[in-house]
Ligand binder design. Structure first.
Ligand code: PHE
Length: 454
């Protein structure tokens, strides 16, 4: 079943036994939603770019998604046994070549080639994952970095230079909770190459920069919502623009995080509709990356953010599958926005089609009494089931959930029951069609995962 070679963006790659990319995922490597004018992912990219202006930041938007295992993991200090490397989590072409799982795969390279200053990357990334309204095997990230050269700042005083740049950044009026003194964090020690004032200054520059980005996004989201409401109630656009209120303060907080390639590290969370929502990961770059890049005197920060997540908030898009829709009723709603962000409005869902729930219950392979009776189904990974469902029923599935599990007290056999919600974004599925699709999913589960239907 494994093809000998695959072609991705015009290049041919040899596969080996590590190959695990289904054809539907392969076919999405050419879509590049982040570069498709007036697509919400591209509009979101533009808004982020506006907060990190050229020439301080250089933009890289066309890096190929095929990278080496070394670039995606080793160059960033991921340990050899890191779970992210598993074939259950990552799409491999062969043992040493994969579809990048994050834009950080290009960090080591840019630390070497990008002039001291900063950069912004946008790109498609790939992860094997669950099926629900906020997960899709392909999504888009933006990654930014800013760094200074210790030897090129006045008097070699890095903190002073960084704080001076911080002073030039605009202010915002968000309420920020930030309780953690950065270099006392347990998993986030001060790096041997950094003095406390280096980290204090770089961390402050990082935090203000990212707060400004989040402020920009949420201000735009709020304005879009208010404008739409005013227009729908019959006010003209000009009058509507007068009712946009001054920002009510937006609440954000910094929480400790861990990444192999930054220390200290944080995540930024935003209080949104009653919940704290994680928006991005970031930190002070590990000095080893700059050293390995042949630039031992560079010191700075990096962050990564998921564009679909942000776009879902910005446009009130309820389901991540919509981003891949070629339906005019979706795409037409964003025309002209990229060139005039004041035209941004919340997405208006076209009629929601009915959901159709179907359950599938099965015994796991290798957990049968006859097969030894140990009950240890060691090679079961939920992501494999998710992928069979996606591969067979495509975008007609809204989500897949484990609803019941059971281990037979005598035989030790393990049984699982999953509930699949079939709902197309574009049309009402007929009963016959859904039954047929579900039947095929069940057959594929038996064939590919060796489960026994109950
Ligand atoms: N690459 C990280 C992720 O995908 C995000 C990140 C980027 C964190 C840069 C720190 C610095 O989760």
């Amino acid at each position: 079943r494994i093809p000998k070679t695959v072609e991705i963006n015009g290049k041919t790659y040899h596969t080996d036994s590590w190959f695990n990319i289904p054809s539907n995922v392969l076919s999405l490597t050419s879509r590049k939603l982040h570069l498709q004018k007036d697509h919400p992912v591209s509009i979101t990219r533009k808004i982020v770019e506006s907060v990190f202006p050229a020439p301080t930041y250089r933009y890289y938007n066309t890096f190929d998604p095929v990278v080496s295992t070394y670039e995606n993991f080793d160059s960033l200090g991921f340990p050899p046994d890191h779970p992210g490397r598993a074939r259950t989590d990552t799409y491999y072409i062969n043992k040493s070549t994969l579809l990048r799982t994050h834009t950080s795969a290009h960090e080591a390279e840019l630390f070497r080639t990008n002039p001291t200053g900063g950069y912004l990357i946008s790109a498609d990334v790939y992860r094997r994952d669950e099926v629900d309204r906020s997960h899709y095997p392909v999504f888009h990230q933006m990654e930014g970095a800013r760094y200074w050269d210790r030897n090129k700042v006045p008097d070699g005083n890095l903190p002073a230079a960084v704080l001076k740049d911080l002073d030039r950044l605009p202010k915002h009026n968000m309420t920020v909770q930030d309780e953690n003194p950065p270099f006392h964090m347990k998993r986030n020690p001060l790096q041997p190459h950094h003095g406390p004032w280096d980290v204090e200054a770089v961390g402050a520059h990082l935090k203000r920069s990212l707060e400004l980005m989040v402020c920009e996004i949420f201000t735009r989201a709020r304005k879009a919502a208010v404008m739409a409401e005013a227009e729908n109630s019959g006010l003209s656009t000009i009058l509507a623009s007068c009712v946009v209120p001054e920002n009510e303060p937006l609440e954000v907080r910094w929480v400790e995080a861990y990444f192999p390639f930054t220390s200290p590290s944080w995540e930024l969370e935003v209080y949104y509709q009653g919940d704290w929502l994680e928006i991005l990961g970031c930190g002070v770059s590990q000095q080893s990356l700059h050293i390995n890049a042949g630039k031992p005197d560079q010191v700075g920060w990096a962050f990564g953010i998921g564009l679909e997540r942000v776009a879902m908030l910005l446009f009130q898009i309820p389901d991540i599958r919509l981003f891949w829709s070629q339906d005019e009723r979706f795409l037409s709603q964003f025309r002209g926005v990229e060139d005039n962000l004041d035209k941004l409005r919340p997405f208006e869902p076209f009629s929601k089609h009915p959901a159709c729930y179907k359950d599938v219950s099965f015994w796991l392979k290798g957990s049968s009494a006859a097969g030894g009776g140990t009950g240890g189904a060691t090679d079961w990974h939920e992501n494999d089931l998710m992928e069979v469902v996606r591969d067979t029923a495509g975008d007609c599935v809204e989500d897949v959930r484990l609803v019941d599990q059971f281990t037979h007290p005598k035989t030790g056999r393990r049984s699982l029951c999953y509930r699949i919600n079939y709902r197309s974004l574009e049309r009402t599925l007929t009963n016959a069609e859904t039954n047929e699709m579900h039947q095929r999913v069940v057959e594929e589960l038996v064939k590919r995962l060796g489960v026994e239907i109950r």
